[in-house]
Write a protein that binds this ligand. Structure first.
Ligand SMILES: [Zn+2]
Length: 632
């Protein structure tokens, strides 16, 4: 099983990836990553497989002796090896039964319909075991086998139960002032339609992110310079890593003696280093920086290892066997006594490995093959037979929708209990997303894997925004556009100026401003003939990326900040009306007009008109945090 899994991992490593995935894949070929992988294999993976192997060996022998004392004398190499191997395979069967989609990384089984693959795996253990045990012990096999299966199944479930357990913390010495719950890539219309609509709190119908990229979003919430952080990317630049950029608000909070805590279940997306972590009173993530790719990408190839990750690591992760609410519960416990508590989940990150509970929402899911549910990452990876397929169950947007529904269902009771929780009842409690998610169409029936951070459009920019706590009534809030920059300002006003956060703290700006260094997305959608946007190609904007020891990673840009920000795209939103400005290579720009998610018009504007729109949006975007008294 380990061999088969590793072979699957190796094939992943060899297959071509597109977009940001290719940064990661290139990075994994560097010596630090290889050294890390070797260390991981020797210190975590093999010891765990050996440890579990020895444990099942003892349990299997122990139960066997209880039923038949002579087993101890006849326990030779073949018996020990055969039974332990059967137990390890059975543990994998139980884990794949729990998350059947994880079979799409296993060569061979990925092509078999779920019902057949799971049946073959189960029979592959039960038939030889039954035959061999019956030959040896006759009718006593009917007592031995069920007992063994029960023991092995419990052993497979044990880490899942342990990993979902949260250690309660004592009540804090001060009530929390603000609680931020971020769901990566949550689209507002999907969220409201899949359960969020029923949550208590004020629902803002037209909220927009100021930038559709996680790390940059949080950098601005934390007081990073918007002029700098609106033209960066997923990895920190050299300037950032060397301390050239600061999170001024977090530093002010710390200087005031306020406690800020930040938790995330996939730290790879946030790029915090030891240096930046010092501004928090407490932070936790399953692993440091890029080492998170073990949890989020590699773990699915090693089910037994993945199943133990959350029980052994300091913070729950997003591996396919992780609980959807484990991270939230842990963050709320660890947050007790802090002034500002933030938790960000990446459970909606692509690809989504649906569990069996979630698969039940797909009609006759067992007739699908695991590969049918593996989303396609880019246009170049689409095969002709993918284009011919019209089975709606394979739509990656549907898998996303199902995950949204289950995530919200897992979180809703926790959200509702917060109003009774002595530590959080008085806090302003916010549920939001750092950006939306776009599923590009290849054909009318075929969509690519969801993506974000490439372009400015309503799918990437519109976010859900729900606020509960003192002063916030339940129901629909006014439909004015809310910018997530207002969330930053409201937090700073409350924490530094003791200004309460009220319903009119949001939607007060003339419009929601967006500024971002959009990326070329030609692997996601063909640009219309003759249109050449000044967006940048992920493969050429950087001289290179580097993974460093301890989870740090860094990107070196080809050009300086001044040159790079010439290609910046902008957007402004009022209510559900969104204007997007994208500069063209030969000068001038495209002005795209959206009402809700519908594209209404595109016109070409000249340099002067673009400069004017850009000036207005930038003035709003770069407006300093409104604080009275001392500067932040
Ligand atoms: Zn994100």
């Amino acid at each position: 099983m380990l061999g088969l899994s590793l072979f699957g991992g190796w094939t992943y490593y060899q297959t071509r990836s597109e977009g940001l995935g290719s940064f990661v894949q290139d990075g994994l070929k560097n010596p630090h990553a290889l050294a890390f992988a070797k260390g991981l294999l020797l210190t975590e993976i093999l010891p765990l497989y050996l440890g579990v192997g020895i444990l099942v060996w003892l349990l299997t022998l122990g139960y066997g002796i209880v039923i038949d004392r002579s087993l101890a004398k006849n326990w030779g190499f073949g018996t020990a090896f055969g039974l332990t191997a059967a137990a390890l395979v059975w543990i994998h069967v139980v884990l794949w039964w729990r998350v059947p989609t994880a079979l799409w990384v296993i060569p061979g089984f990925q092509h078999l319909p779920f019902v057949l693959g799971l049946l073959l795996l189960a029979l592959g253990v039960l038939l030889p075991l039954g035959w061999w045990t019956h030959r040896r012990w006759g009718f006593r096999a009917w007592v031995l086998i069920p007992g063994w299966i029960l023991l092995w199944t419990s052993l497979a479930q044990a880490p899942l139960l342990l990993g979902h357990q949260v250690r309660p913390q004592p009540r804090g010495d001060r009530p929390t002032q603000a609680l931020l719950l971020g769901v990566d890539g949550l689209r507002p219309e999907e969220a409201e339609g899949q359960g969020l609509g029923a949550w208590p709190g004020s629902h803002y119908p037209n909220a927009y992110t100021m930038i559709p990229a996680t790390r940059l979003f949080y950098s601005m919430i934390w007081g990073g310079d918007p002029a700098q952080y609106s033209i960066g990317h997923v990895m920190p630049s050299e300037v950032e890593l060397l301390g050239g950029l600061r999170y001024s608000l977090m530093e002010s909070y710390k200087a005031r003696g306020l406690k800020s805590r930040f938790y995330i279940d996939d730290g790879g997306t946030i790029g915090l280093t030891n240096r930046t972590q010092s501004i928090f009173d407490d932070t936790a993530m399953p692993a440091a920086g890029w080492e998170n790719f073990v949890n989020s990408n590699l773990a699915v190839h090693l089910p037994l290892y993945a199943s133990w990750l959350d029980a052994l690591r300091i913070f729950p992760s997003t591996n396919p066997w992780a609980g959807l609410d484990a991270g939230l519960r842990t963050a709320l416990e660890r947050g007790r006594g802090a002034d500002l508590v933030m938790f960000h989940t990446c459970h909606l990150h692509q690809p989504i490995f649906l569990t069996r509970e979630e698969l039940k929402d797909l009609p006759r899911w067992w007739t699908l093959r695991p590969l049918d549910l593996r989303p396609i990452g880019g246009l170049t990876l689409v095969r002709p037979k993918d284009e011919l397929n019209t089975d709606a169950r394979r739509d990656p947007l549907l898998a996303y929708r199902i995950r949204v529904r289950h995530l919200l269902a897992a979180w809703q009771p926790i959200w509702e209990e917060l109003s009774q929780d002595p530590d959080y009842a008085q806090a302003t409690r916010v549920l939001f997303a750092d950006h939306g998610e776009r599923f590009y169409h290849v054909t009318p029936t075929l969509r690519l894997q969801g993506t974000h951070g490439f372009d400015l459009d309503p799918w990437e920019l519109r976010v859900p925004f729900l606020v509960a706590g003192p002063g916030f009534p339940n129901g629909l809030a006014p439909d004015r556009a809310v910018s997530m920059l207002e969330l930053r300002d409201a937090l700073a006003g409350k924490l530094l100026n003791k200004r309460p956060i009220q319903p009119d703290s949001f939607g007060a700006r003339p419009f929601a401003a967006v500024r971002y260094h959009a990326l070329q997305a030609d692997f996601l959608r063909p640009e219309p003939e003759g249109v050449n946007y000044l967006s940048l190609d992920p493969k050429t904007i950087i001289l290179g990326s580097k993974l460093l020891p301890g989870g740090a990673w860094v990107m070196r840009y080809q050009a300086g900040l001044e040159e790079r920000q010439r290609g910046v795209s902008l957007a402004r939103a009022e209510r559900d009306h969104l204007d997007v400005y994208k500069p063209l290579v030969g000068g001038g720009a495209h002005h795209l007009v959206y009402e809700g998610f519908a594209l209404k018009e595109i016109h070409t504007i000249d340099d002067a008109a673009f400069a004017k729109a850009k000036r207005e949006i930038e003035a709003e975007f770069l407006r300093p945090v409104p604080l009275s008294g001392e500067a932040p």
